[in-house]
Design a protein around this ligand. Structure first.
Ligand code: NAD
Ligand code: UDP
Length: 312
């Protein structure tokens, strides 16, 4: 039985990861400050002898012995949330990451960083390969997240080179699924909630920008495979679904699958909104024997069922 720490474990992805790790017989310590995570995301784990929740902000050091692995997920991920307190987002991505790396070093633990496709910014290379250095605005509204996450990758690499820490870096592309908050602000949850309530569907810009949407179960499988992969393979590795859709196509799909009476309306595009995004997942296929298996229609159906049941 491994003792595994998941920071951000009460969030959307973190709660699915905690569940998976416990189901495999591991002891899981979930660290979260409830900034965007919720108690209800982890209610099903409460009372489980393999689960421990610690209310903690990773901006502060955390002292604990006997930890085998750390998944560092703590960081708001929706543009609305990470721009709410931009300075705190940077502190979480830099000071918080230093604290998690320090904890890994003391414990001799293996540590994974939940990095992001935002590393590539508004990409000029399409699809995005891991070797692409990105096109990121260092002074814009998204920079607190993009540059914070880039600095986190740098810190991971330097701890690996300087301290021989065992590290793993994954770059996650747009992921959706049950336990996203209705007011999360990201596009899939926004559209599903709007459609189910027959409210206007808000497309920002002309809707021709693209994203590639990954269902959460596929991501969790990729994360766990990466953590357990050969130690020499540290990444960064893209984990995402390469099927690319325009935001307008996504809106139409959601309306069709929900049978909604919603109309599409157009609102201003947020600052520095990337025009296109699609992962090249050749590396993950080769090294992890991983590829996503849940197609968008199926994933959206599951997401719609979840919102009907839990947020009617
Ligand atoms: P989320 O907002 O649901 O989860 C983030 C969790 O981290 C929340 O539970 C929040 O309370 C916690 N948290 C934030 N700051 C913290 C701090 N200082 N100390 C302790 N806990 C803190 O978002 P998510 O979609 O589950 O994302 C999880 C991770 O995956 C994030 O690091 C995010 O950057 C990364 N990621 C997600 C996506 C995606 O599409 N969902 C894409 C790329 C990267
Ligand atoms: N978006 C939209 N309507 C919404 C929310 C988002 O059109 O209600 C757009 C947003 O401008 C972006 C895309 O959908 O072009 C994905 O946005 P999200 O916030 O989900 O993620 P990110 O921009 O970080 O990929």
């Amino acid at each position: 039985m491994k003792k595994i720490l998941v920071s951000g474990g009460a969030g959307f992805i973190g709660s699915h990861l905690c569940t998976r790790l416990i189901n495999e017989g591991n002891y899981v310590i979930c660290l979260d400050n409830f900034f965007t995570g919720t108690r209800s995301n982890i209610t099903h784990l409460k009372g489980n002898p393999l689960f421990e929740f610690v209310h903690h902000d990773i901006e502060l050091p955390y002292f604990r012995e006997g930890i085998d692995e750390i998944y560092n997920l703590a960081c708001p991920a929706s543009p609305v949330h990470y721009q709410f307190d931009a300075i705190k987002t940077i502190k979480t991505s830099v000071v918080g990451v230093l604290n998690m790396l320090g904890l890994a070093k003391r414990n001799g633990a293996k540590i994974m960083q939940a990095s992001t496709s935002e590393i590539y910014g508004d990409p000029t290379v399409h699809p995005q390969v891991e070797g692409y250095w990105g096109n990121v605005n260092p002074i814009g509204f998204r920079s607190c997240y993009d540059e914070g996450k880039r600095c986190a990758e740098t810190l991971f690499m330097d701890y690996h080179r300087q301290n021989h820490l065992r590290i793993k870096i994954i770059r996650i592309f747009n992921t959706y699924g049950p336990r996203m908050l209705p007011d999360d602000g990201r596009v899939v949850s926004n559209f599903v909630v709007q459609a189910l309530q027959n409210h206007d569907i808000t497309i920002y810009g002309d809707g021709n920008q693209t994203r590639s949407f990954q269902y959460v179960d596929d991501l969790i499988e990729g994360m766990v495979r990466m953590m357990n992969a050969d130690e020499a393979f540290i990444g960064p590795v893209n984990i995402g679904n390469p099927n690319e859709f325009t935001i307008r196509e996504l809106a139409e799909k959601v309306i069709q699958l929900t049978g909604s009476r919603s109309k599409i309306v157009f609102e201003p595009l947020p600052h520095d909104d990337p025009r296109q995004r699609k992962p090249d997942i050749s590396l993950a296929k080769e090294k992890l024997h991983w590829k996503p298996v849940v197609e968008l229609d199926e994933g959206l159906r599951r997401m719609i069922d979840y919102f009907k049941e839990y947020h009617p």
